[in-house]
Ligand binder design. Structure first.
Ligand code: BGC
Length: 508
């Protein structure tokens, strides 16, 4: 009896215990599922907010064309500055000699020496030296920046081999590519309006950038004349046009983003009377600052903007360019980590802005291994999150995809906006802010020169951009539009323009 009741008691308590364990497991599973659903909800909400249907892209196209018009009509008429470049004569192909360029504007700084032959597109030789801009220089003084740049230029010139000696009385001509918003007063002078892309050298704002460089060059005793000051988008357009005269625009999608295009001078209303009324001029749009209510903006974009050194500025750039894409993805992943314990306790590194750079994000996105090995490595090494399950890693790749796809499609809409403004999108162009009826313009071969690591090195970005261009324009029109990658166009283009405006006219 004693034995029986003891056995019964054991059996009952075992049953109770296992029911208890099962109940705990069920509760845990339910909690896990809830947390997983919350993560999925974060993703879904983000994806919906980033939607770029072709209808929405067309609204962005129209807004871009209208804002371009407003920016040309009056100073401050639009967030698009539509800055004059004073580049009216593009290289003809007859330029000859050795010309230099300094290219400042992103993560890297370049010195170039370009030898031009006398046939079209005859860049005989091009030496480029590239080095990262030390982080501290980006927020230092203009004296430190120009001292660093001219020291590199001096070393570059001193290393040159034979053949580049100067004839007596001659100076080396140099084109300065300065990839920030500059209000030009001529092709070789202009004042910095503001900094972008994390640069903040206060004492240079409002100053003539070319003059500051010239002074620093003189101080170093170099026999060099700054003959042109250009934006990188203008340099890219110049090289593109040098290779192919059907080139009408230059686009940069790198650390920052921008575009420039050839505009009829009589359409630049804000300068009527000041410019010759016939001919064209390259207009630096500064499209990074474009804004429209049609842009698919998320709460992550808003937070990023508020936390940036330039809130309310460069809204388009903050959705498109290499400086920001990784950071948008990091913010979404951080939110997911807060919503669930799939990543373990929230990694302190994940909460640090800009720890997920765009190159890392693109490496995660383009990880083709079945078990997403690269994603595992980046999560562990860069973000301090080890042991993330495969299904969660897949979700993170999806985040990268959403961020990249939106950026590329918006860039495509921007390009079509330019084509619309100049009547190359098949719709007849924009006059006085209104779209003319379609069918009154012939479709001409149109080339857009394009540069920047996001487009050239990031396959998915490139494919999404090209695909969106086809979708927006339709096949009939898009077959006439070519995006042509130029190499070092921002710098080589500046050297070409230095050749056009050389003081050593005999060399031309
Ligand atoms: C600058 C532009 C530049 C672009 C690409 C933007 O942040 O404002 O002037 O062309 O970056 O480098």
């Amino acid at each position: 009896m004693g034995k029986v009741s003891f056995g019964l008691a054991v059996a009952v308590s075992c049953a109770v215990a296992s029911t208890g364990i099962a109940a705990v497991l069920v509760v845990r599973r339910v909690r896990r599922r809830r947390r997983w659903n919350r993560v999925l909800a974060v993703l879904k909400e983000f994806e919906e907010a980033c939607s770029t249907s072709v209808g929405r892209l067309r609204q962005v196209v129209d807004a871009m064309a209208v804002e371009m018009h407003a920016g040309l009509a009056s100073e401050g008429g639009s967030k698009l500055k539509m800055l004059l470049s004073f580049v009216q004569n593009l290289p003809t192909g007859n330029e000859k000699g050795i010309f230099y360029a300094l290219d400042i504007g992103g993560t890297y700084f370049r010195v170039l020496r370009v030898q031009l032959g006398d046939k079209r597109s005859a860049v005989v030789e091009c030496d480029v030296e590239r080095q990262p801009i030390p982080q501290e220089l980006m927020t230092s003084t203009s004296e430190d920046l120009f001292d660093f740049i001219t020291s590199s230029l001096k070393q570059f010139i001193e290393k040159e081999g034979g053949g580049s000696e100067l004839l007596p009385g001659r100076r080396r001509d140099l084109g300065l590519t300065f990839s920030f918003p500059v209000k030009q007063t001529s092709v070789s002078s202009g004042h910095l309006i503001k900094w972008t892309k994390g640069f903040r050298i206060k004492d240079l704002v409002g100053k003539d950038v070319a003059e500051c460089l010239q002074q620093a060059i003189n101080k170093k005793g170099l026999n060099v004349r700054v003959s042109t000051l250009v934006n990188d988008a203008v340099g890219t357009l110049t090289l593109g046009h040098y290779h192919d005269p059907d080139t009408v625009a230059g686009v940069i999608i790198g650390t920052g983003t921008n575009a420039c295009y050839l505009e009829r001078t009589d359409a630049i209303i804000k300068c009527q009377g000041l410019l010759r009324t016939s001919g064209v001029m390259a207009i630096n749009m500064e499209w990074g600052n474009f804004w429209s209510a049609h842009l698919p903006r998320t709460s992550y974009d808003m937070d990023l903007d508020v936390d940036s050194p330039n809130p309310n500025d460069q809204g388009f750039e903050k959705m498109i360019s290499g400086m920001y894409l990784g950071e948008i993805a990091r913010r979404v992943i951080f939110r997911m980590a807060q919503e669930s314990d799939f990543f373990g306790p929230v990694s302190p590194r994940l909460s640090v802005p800009f720890t997920l750079t765009t190159p890392l994000m693109s490496a995660m996105h383009e990880d083709e291994s079945g078990d997403l090995r690269e994603v595992t490595r980046i999560l562990d090494h860069a973000l301090g999150i080890p042991n993330v399950p495969l299904k969660v890693r897949r979700l993170l790749v999806k985040v990268c995809d959403i961020v990249t796809r939106r950026a590329a499609r918006l860039a495509a809409a921007g390009i079509v906006g330019i084509l619309k403004k100049i009547g190359r999108d098949g719709s007849g162009g924009v006059t006085s802010g209104k779209t003319r009826g379609s069918g009154d313009s012939k479709i001409r071969r149109t080339v857009v020169a394009i540069e920047g690591a996001l487009y050239t090195n990031y396959r998915s970005f490139r494919e999404y951009l090209n695909e969106a261009l086809d979708e927006i324009l339709g096949e009939d029109i898009s077959q006439h539009v070519t995006l042509q990658v130029t190499e070092d166009g921002s710098g080589v283009g500046a050297a070409l323009l230095a050749a056009c405006h050389s003081s050593n006219s005999v060399d031309k």
